[in-house]
Ligand binder design. Structure first.
Ligand SMILES: Nc1nc2c(ncn2[C@@H]2O[C@H](COP(=O)(O)OP(=O)(O)OP(=O)(O)O)[C@@H](O)[C@H]2O)c(=O)[nH]1
Ligand SMILES: [Mg+2]
Length: 629
């Protein structure tokens, strides 16, 4: 069992950046070069992206801890997600660290999430090291990007000490870096060989050791719970940095938290287990010392933001505050006729428990009850954040339904309606600018910047729009189609502003099955010229289930199960020569972008179905109300 770690031999850092700028790749090489893995041990790329969904999508979703040892110093590292929807993950870990590596892609430069995470880091008083990553990119424009990063520090109010940041030029993917701008070309061409040692040195030199208060035999012990986890053996786990004192296994401590009504809670318990991070493992320890990041077990009801202390006389620390949600979505019990056939059709109690469990660990999400006992409103930051939660619940074999994401409005003191506004930053091929601008403008976007040619790469343009969050819903797939997949797109919440008026949503109606049955090729062929079908033959349907998009504005009830009356065998076989064309299989994300207020998405482990909220056709009008949101 390890002994007390001297806090002057600890560094706590996080790695922050815009999405895809190379954070997790850098952690791979920090781990490799610090000797965390045995020689020749096969290690997967982006080893910290350990969740299935992270690996499948190639993005980081949750912040995670690891550590490396350099000489006699332990560096605790927190890898964070760069996608704006998971910004809450970055906010909650800021209190654990004293420094940050800010990665900026040498070609793309600072982007919206660079600004968000840097602002948080500067506010927290962290010492920042600027890492210009991907200097090997042929379209890198290193000096320009350094200047832009410097301007961003100043604009965000960096102190003199913070603005005096060291710059490291890196190629995370090849595991080298240099402090010398003049040497970059030689490293890129392979003339010089390097490692990440200069970055390790910089961390040891520049990031301060954690400040800790003197301990009086553990009584001063104080830890801020920054994350939660669970172990089948020891139950709930609280993750955080020991801010003061130290804690021993078996010690009696107090959790200082708040209950649902905001009243103070003091729960005392015995520490049952302690772990620290060693590489990718959690190692059991007898004592956790001040400054170090690790895990503590024994409490029953830890919440993120609680302080665990050694004595009643120690006050709790300020709770972790994160930005408020801007989007809401209803989660409902599955009331569809096919419910329970492909997964577990959970009752409202279980759905509620599952959502509550999610909001406990995911600080950017909230849950509210609705007037209906089997429907709950989840509040969050973006469509991707919802899509990830939905996908996770599907994989847990749950069946449920979700409604259209809606923007959370506010009213100001004069009763004026306000809505969230975002800045969208687009980097796209020049030939697509016309079409894309039109789409953004039709959704109340106002162009605030046009930078032709000087963006990275030739023939590309960088545009910025200020646009209501409402206008951004469902825009991503349109944008990807218009730019033939070559466009980059990221957004940043600005603030609430005056309501911008109606924005047209989907202009087309739905093709709706008028009966229960199974789709038949013949029946579907007859419907092809009515619009776009979402699936082919052999699919079970029910009355009120949507089978496609109508080419006109109104909804249309149709029979996709119609069989051909066979006159003779020859005619039947000839029929098979005609096949369905142009089926648009709807993914979860596409469905979220597509549905209207009066429609549900039915989610099961095997299927994504879209349906009308009202199933029976005689209770439902086919004339659509104005399709505005
Ligand atoms: N050319 C080049 N590509 C790199 C470099 N570092 C990372 N990449 C690539 O950039 C992509 C994104 O890398 P990640 O490490 O997943 O980026 P990330 O910042 O962790 O992404 P999120 O966590 O999702 O925000 C991968 O395809 C990497 O191989 C580099 O130095 N040069
Ligand atoms: Mg990552």
């Amino acid at each position: 069992m390890s002994t007390l770690q001297d806090s002057s031999k600890i560094r706590n850092i996080c790695i922050i950046a815009h999405v895809d700028h190379g954070k997790t790749t850098l952690v791979d090489f920090l781990l490799k070069q610090a000797g965390t893995f045995k020689q020749h041990q096969a290690v997967a790329d982006r080893v910290m992206d350990s969740m299935d969904l992270e690996r499948e999508r190639g993005i980081t979703i949750m912040a995670k801890n690891t550590s490396v040892r350099v000489g006699d110093t332990k560096i605790n590292i927190v890898d964070t997600p760069g996608h704006a929807d998971f910004g809450g993950e970055v906010e909650r870990i800021m209190g654990m660290v004293d420094g940050a590596l800010l990665l900026v892609d040498a070609a793309e430069g600072p982007l919206p999430q660079t600004r968000f995470v840097l602002r948080k880091a500067l506010q927290q008083g962290l010492k920042v090291i600027l890492v210009i990553n991907k200097v090997d990119r042929p379209d890198a424009r290193i000096d320009e990007v350094v200047n832009q990063a410097f301007d961003l520090f100043i604009e965000l109010g960096a102190t003199d000490a913070q603005a005096n940041f060291p710059i490291v030029y890196a190629c995370a993917r090849q595991g080298w870096c240099t402090l010398e701008r003049a040497d970059v070309d030689a490293f890129v061409s392979g003339e010089k060989k390097g490692t990440l040692q200069p970055l390790f040195d910089e961390i040891l030199r520049d990031i301060p050791a954690p400040k800790v208060l003197e301990s009086r035999e553990g009584a001063d012990f104080q830890i801020l719970v920054s994350n939660l986890s669970y172990s089948d053996y020891v139950g709930r786990l609280a993750i955080g940095r020991v801010l003061a004192g130290s804690v021993k296994k078996g010690q009696r401590v107090i959790r200082r938290g708040v209950d649902a009504s905001g009243a103070a809670v003091n729960e005392s318990f015995n520490v049952s287990q302690l772990y620290t991070y060693e590489g990718l493992r959690q190692t059991e320890v007898e004592v956790r010392s001040a400054g170090d990041i690790g895990v503590l077990a024994g409490g029953e009801k830890f919440e993120i933001g609680d302080t665990v202390v050694g004595a009643e006389t120690i006050s709790p620390l300020p709770r972790i505050v994160v930005e408020k949600p801007t989007l809401g979505m209803i989660f409902s019990v599955n009331t569809s006729p096919l419910s329970g056939k492909e997964g577990e059709a959970i009752m409202s109690r279980k759905l509620r428990d599952r959502l509550l469990r999610e909001v406990r660990t995911n600080v950017a999400l909230r849950m509210e009850e609705t007037a209906l006992p089997d429907q709950f409103r989840v509040l969050g930051r973006g469509e991707l954040q919802f899509a990830i939660l939905i996908e996770q619940m599907r994989r847990e074999n749950f069946e449920f339904m979700i409604g259209k994401p809606t923007v959370l409005m506010r009213t100001d003191e004069n009763g004026q309606k306000l809505e969230p506004m975002e800045r969208a930053v687009l980097d796209l091929p020049e030939w697509s600018v016309g079409d894309v601008s039109q789409v953004f403008q039709s959704r109340k976007g106002i162009m605030t910047r046009y930078e032709g040619g000087s963006g990275h790469g030739s023939g590309r343009v960088r545009l910025e729009f200020d646009i209501p969050t409402r206008g951004l819903l469902g825009i991503r797939s349109r944008y990807m189609t218009l730019t033939k997949g070559e466009g980059l797109f990221s957004t940043q919440l600005l603030d609430y502003g005056p309501y911008k008026g109606d924005i047209p949503h989907r202009t087309s109606g739905s093709l709706i099955s008028d009966r229960a049955g199974e789709t038949v090729e013949y029946g579907l062929l007859g419907l092809e010229d009515r619009g776009i079908l979402f699936f082919g033959p052999g699919v079970p349907v029910y009355e009120g289930m949507i089978i496609g998009e109508h080419s006109k504005e109104n909804d249309l009830n149709v029979n996709p199960c119609r069989e051909k009356k066979l006159t003779n065998i020859r005619a039947a076989s000839a029929e098979f020569l005609v096949t369905l064309s142009g089926i648009r299989k709807m993914s979860l994300e596409q469905s979220l972008e597509w549905i209207d207020e009066d429609e549900w998405i039915e989610v099961t482990p095997k299927s994504i179905r879209i349906r009308k909220k009202v199933l029976q056709q005689n209770l439902r009008s086919v004339k659509r109300e104005e399709r505005m949101q």
